[in-house]
Design a protein around this ligand. Sequence first.
Ligand SMILES: [Zn+2]
Length: 217
Amino acid sequence: MLETLKEEVVRIAKKAQNTGLCKHKAGNVSCIDRESGLICITPSGVDRDYLTVDQVCVIDRDLHVLEGGKPSSETLMHIACYDAREDINAIVHTHSAMASAFACLNRPIPSFIFELFVFHLDNGMIPVAPYALPGTTELAKNVAETVKRSDLVLMERHGTIAVGKDLSEAFENADYIEELARIYYTILTLNNGQDPKLFTPEDFRKWKYPSQIKNEG
Ligand SMILES: [Zn+2]
């Protein structure tokens, strides 16, 4: 069942491993079929190099495993995010290095660069979801509350979570969190630990795609 979605989970899970966003079996990937409400998620403890479509778990909202192995221990967090954001269909959770460093310091990534304008963010910054023990309903609640405000989120003392309309978008968002964390770290290093000039929430509200461009294709 849901073969195409399961294939996407495998593709993105391998990509996350191959690009270094997910290492040592950490992190997890899921997507939801909104029609049936079923969720496809990576299994727990499987090296992505060897992950097969048959191992991808299909679970219902009552946490019954319908197909695949043992689902990720962070499944509750994924379900809570799908409940919190009906406009999203995919989630990528990573422990990517540079972003996790900021997450461990409980330090949001501020609105320091124009690129942030294109994302759905909390007033242009990447917020931090408060810490709770991994796998718990408390962590699921903390993360879902923060995901309501932003597609790109740091998880205190843990890692990152990125959401999107599909797995390609969620992966790109997860990749961007790491990239932005790297740029921000470089700025702080070059600038004696000080923030650069930041954009204001008003700057973000003002930005629009140029109306002069007429898309007639
Ligand atoms: Zn994790």
